[in-house]
Design a protein around this ligand. Structure first.
Ligand SMILES: [Zn+2]
Length: 360
């Protein structure tokens, strides 16, 4: 919704007022104007020459438009204070400027930008802002995306409209397939680091804490489950930013599995240490790798009666894995929120305007 005063001002400029914005050809460019609080934004649609056309002068024109883009950006930068510009973005197909100043200043800013674009001979309302072809006698198609309007030739408009309304899965799966694999590798690397932390802490940190024997420090070490899930998640996100089902399954499973593996390794280290075995002699036991899963204390042993490892592994692993799952859920929810595409609705219509050049 435009405020009454802005509505009146843009109507006077010949713009068409819609529910959320006003648009129209102004100074040769398709202009869209909208308001949010005291922030007023103008979007000028145009097309910068690029090098996709097959034309011998292409390189030259492409350089020219780079220069023009640079000069326009510089000119806007120099006038940031004058127009209280709080945001601007110069793109290949449009210029977005926002000010929080009065309507008077906003209108001056619009004229300033229009003049800049014209001075640099930027292609405006006569050209498709995708392929750069001139509309000639045909009516252009107007595509509205959020609060921005674009002019396109018929074939570009339909292509863009179709592409936009494709289901997300079709659009992104193909692109992120390879990345997902690297995300998996990153997650695995993070998980192995987590498992290594278990080893390191059981090996080098816990022995030193034995002076404080009235507390079982292994209870504190289960926090490594949470840390492992963080490392798995971070490893995944480093290589793949896409929060899809594959990411959820990978991060959750690897967090749980590698936390259990870490706890297993830690328990083995603990057994070895409590039996005062160095690793070489530890491995002579036939079923050493099964030790964390069962009672390793001989029934008639008097020496190791307080060492019952079978419950230790399960107890710590269950709590650790639970923390890893909790961590995965927390990190993944945040990830999902951030990467969820905010899909704007796109509208396509034919703009019944005379060729801009004809009107002049
Ligand atoms: Zn086109």
């Amino acid at each position: 919704m435009l405020s009454k005063t802005l509505n009146a001002a843009v109507s006077k400029m010949g713009l068409t007022v819609t529910e959320n914005h006003a648009f129209g050809i102004y100074g040769g460019y398709l202009l869209t104007v909208y308001e949010a609080g005291n922030k007023k934004t103008a979007f000028f649609n145009f097309i910068l020459d690029d090098d996709t056309e097959e034309d011998e002068n292409v390189q030259e024109r492409s350089n020219e438009s780079s220069v023009a883009a640079f000069e326009i950006s510089e000119a806007i930068k120099k006038n940031i204070d004058k127009f209280s510009i709080i945001d601007y973005n110069f793109m290949d197909d449009g210029l977005l400027v926002t000010t929080n100043q009065s309507i008077q200043v906003f209108l001056e800013l619009i004229d300033f930008c229009t003049e800049l674009l014209r001075e640099h001979k930027i292609k405006g309302g006569d050209y498709c802002s995708n392929c750069g072809k001139t509309f000639g006698k045909r009516f252009p198609k107007k595509i509205t995306l959020g609060n921005r309007n674009y002019l396109y030739c018929e074939s570009c408009a339909f292509d863009i409209y179709e592409e936009h309304n494709k289901p997300d899965a079709l659009k992104t799966e193909a692109k992120s397939g390879g990345k997902s694999f690297f995300g998996f590798l990153g997650a695995l690397a993070g998980g192995l680091l987590g498992a290594f932390l278990y080893f390191a802490i059981y090996m080098w940190v816990l022995p030193g804490s034995e002076a404080l024997e009235d507390f079982d420090w292994r209870f504190l070490v289960i926090i490594l489950g949470f840390i492992t899930s963080f490392l798995v998640f971070t490893g995944y996100k480093l290589f793949c930013k896409k929060a899809n089902t594959f990411a959820f399954v990978t991060v959750t499973l690897l967090s749980a599995i590698l936390t259990a593996v870490g706890q297993y390794i830690g328990t083995l280290v603990n057994i070895a240490r409590n039996f005062s075995l160095d690793f070489d002699s530890f491995f002579i036991y036939k079923n050493w790798f099964l030790m964390p899963f069962r009672n390793t204390v001989p029934e008639d042993s008097t020496e190791y009666t307080d060492l019952v490892f079978n419950t230790d592994f399960y107890r710590f692993a269950i709590i650790g894995v639970a923390l890893a799952l909790l961590g995965s859920v927390i990190f993944l929810l945040g990830f999902y929120e951030k990467s969820r595409p905010v899909k704007e609705e796109m509208f396509l219509e034919t703009l019944k305007i005379q060729n801009v050049a004809d009107k002049k």
